[in-house]
Design a protein around this ligand. Structure first.
Ligand SMILES: C[S@@+](CC[C@H](N)C(=O)[O-])C[C@H]1O[C@@H](n2cnc3c(N)ncnc32)[C@H](O)[C@@H]1O
Length: 218
C-alpha cells in the first residue's frame, strides 16, 4: 500500500476553502451556485472541483465528472460525493490537459477556478474541445476590476497568488472565454457584499461555442 504524503500548505488551503464553502452555503455563494447549476443536465464536467462545493446543486445532472488536480482537495472531495444527487467520478487532472475525448460533455462548470489555471488559454481550449456541439459552459469567476481598483489588484496579485495556491485576482476572464471561442449568453457582473474586495467583482453566466445559436435564438 502506498501512503501518499500531502503537502501541509495544500492541506491547509483545502481545509480553508472547505470551511468557507460550508459557512457561505446560505449566503450569496450558495444561492449563486443553486441558480447557475440547478438545471444543468446530462454529463457534466466540474472543472477544478475543489472540495465539492458544487456537488449538492447539480440536481439535473445524469453524471458528474469532478476533475481536480490537487491531491489535498481530492481527499476532501472524495468525502463529499454523497452530497450530489447524481453519480460522481473523481478524476485527477488539470484543465490544460483533460483526459477526455472531444465532445464528451453536455456541460462544463467552472466556479472560481479559471483564476488558478496556469495556462488559461490552453485550459479554455481544452474546455471547448471536450464540450459537445450544443453544449454549455457555465461559469462564475472573480475578475480584474475596471479603473483604479484594477490597478490595486495588479499591485497585489503576486502576493495574493503566493498565499492562495496560485489564484490571480487581475485576470480578464470574460475576454479569455471569448478568445477561446465562446459566446456568452447574458453574462452578469456582480460585486457581492461580504466578499473580499481584492477578489471582486465576479462575472457569471452561460456561454456557448461561438457560431452556435443559443436557446430561442439568444
Ligand atoms: C478556489 S478553488 C475552487 C474550487 C471549486 N470550483 C469551488 O467552486 O469551490 C480553485 C480550484 O482550482 C483548482 N485548480 C488549480 N489549477 C487548476 C488547473 N490547472 N486545472 C484545473 N483546476 C485547477 C484548485 O486545485 C482548486 O481546487
Amino acid at each position: 500500500v502506498t501512503v501518499q504524503r500531502l503537502d501541509p500548505a495544500a492541506v491547509e488551503f483545502a481545509n480553508r476553502m472547505d470551511r468557507m464553502n460550508r459557512l457561505t452555503r446560505r449566503l450569496w455563494p450558495g444561492r449563486l451556485r443553486a441558480r447557475l447549476l440547478g438545471e444543468v443536465p446530462g454529463r457534466v464536467l466540474d472543472l477544478g472541483a475543489g472540495t465539492g462545493a458544487n456537488l449538492p446543486y447539480l440536481r439535473a445532472a445524469a453524471h458528474v465528472v469532478a476533475c481536480e488536480p490537487g491531491a489535498a482537495m481530492r481527499a476532501l472531495l472524495r468525502t463529499r460525493l454523497g452530497t450530489c444527487p447524481a453519480p460522481v467520478s473523481v478524476v485527477a487532472a488539470a484543465a490544460e490537459r483533460l483526459p477526455f475525448p472531444d465532445g464528451s460533455f453536455d456541460a462544463v462548470v467552472c466556479t472560481l477556478v479559471l483564476c488558478s489555471v496556469g495556462d488559461l488559454g490552453r485550459g479554455l481550449g481544452e474546455v471547448r474541445r471536450v464540450l459537445r456541439a450544443g453544449g454549455r459552459l457555465i461559469y462564475a469567476e472573480h475578475v480584474r476590476a475596471h479603473g483604479w481598483w484594477g490597478r490595486v489588484q495588479d499591485r497585489y496579485d503576486e502576493r495574493w497568488s503566493v498565499r492562495s495556491a496560485g489564484c490571480h485576482i487581475n485576470r480578464d476572464i470574460g475576454a479569455a472565454i471569448a478568445a477561446a471561442g465562446f459566446r456568452p449568453l447574458g453574462q452578469r457582473r456582480i460585486r457581492p457584499l461580504l466578499n473580499t474586495p481584492l477578489s471582486a467583482p465576479l462575472i457569471h453566466g452561460v456561454a456557448v461555442p461561438a457560431g452556435e445559436a443559443g436557446p430561442a435564438g439568444r
